[in-house]
Design a protein around this ligand. Sequence first.
Ligand SMILES: Nc1ncnc2c1ncn2[C@@H]1O[C@H](COP(=O)(O)OP(=O)(O)O)[C@@H](O)[C@H]1O
Ligand SMILES: [Mg+2]
Length: 352
Amino acid sequence: MAICGTSRSHDEAALEFADCYHKESEVLGLGSFSVVKIFTEKSSGNECAVKIVKKAYLKPDEIRLLEQESNILSKLKHRNVVKFKDSFSNPQFYYLVMELLTGGGLYQYVTTKKRTSHCEENVVWYMRDILNGLHYCHGMNIIHRDLKPMNLCVAFDLGREVVKLIDFGVAVDTKGRSRYRHGIVGTLGYRAPEMINDEKYGTAVDLYGCGCVLYNLLIGCHPGSGEISLPSPHRGLISNPAVDLLAKLLNPYQDKRITAAQALNHSFCSLRERGALNKHLDIAVERLTEFTQKKMWKTAAAVGVITSVAMAPIVGAAMGTSLRLEPLSSSKKTVTFSNPTTRKSSDVRSRY
Ligand SMILES: Nc1ncnc2c1ncn2[C@@H]1O[C@H](COP(=O)(O)OP(=O)(O)O)[C@@H](O)[C@H]1O
Ligand SMILES: [Mg+2]
């Protein structure tokens, strides 16, 4: 039974998922509670991405969130937001059918296709796409609440890559209600200080996540809480406009944080001012590669390529994976304010 159909007739909507789609073998990704696979629509022969969630793993209010995800996604129609196609639900499984984003995850794309040319000038295009998607969502009263690189995928439009927002699993629609929300959701490390501190928050939480993504793409690791710092090997590779935008996105005070519209006009993102550098960000690529390969390894383990813990290092080596993360250089240049965030011991939930 479709729970959130497109314009299909009632009879068509009654068709079970398996009657409409058949499976390809490829796993696109794993989420906290889901697996995303390629399927083919039988009627058109078109490939699509299907997020499959086993309901047995979820509590009743989490099942309600699944329905909320398809409701929200079906309202959003924008070049930088994954396109909703359909959703199905039966007592065991929930299926969310979306357009297939053939470039894969943003990190994967950066570390494979753009490996030799990753520089600030490319990052500007990714950021413009992410900010345009967020600006649209915020205009539609939607707060994503889980903005992070794993929830950004790449597609191609007229030969140019386009970054799209995916995973509206914890997004909220504030239309007709208060613009502010409570509650800790999203992913550890990408949550805005106001969410961690359990204060009321609004769309600015997504801009904080965007700041973390920008830091990830430029430096290859996480800004963490506290001071925003540029490790010494990156000095000279990162432009002043980039540092300024980072500080404005990661501003710990939500009312002072830059909005998506303002960030699009910032000198780093502005196509007129062209504040970005074209120096290759090789340290960032190296670190992101390690992260991506670790994630591929985890995916392989979860879908059964790796059957025992003892095999893990062997498979990791075969995939060219070093499972060791380089520590950051101890010599850091602090570029801005300190962050008042106080992490709570309860701050361990990863999604719901
Ligand atoms: N439409 C899509 N096209 C290609 N890959 C996708 C698509 N949707 C999701 N993925 C991949 O599947 C992973 C998990 O999907 P996501 O919606 O984030 O699940 P979860 O809500 O469980 O985190 C993503 O990180 C991404 O790699
Ligand atoms: Mg996700």
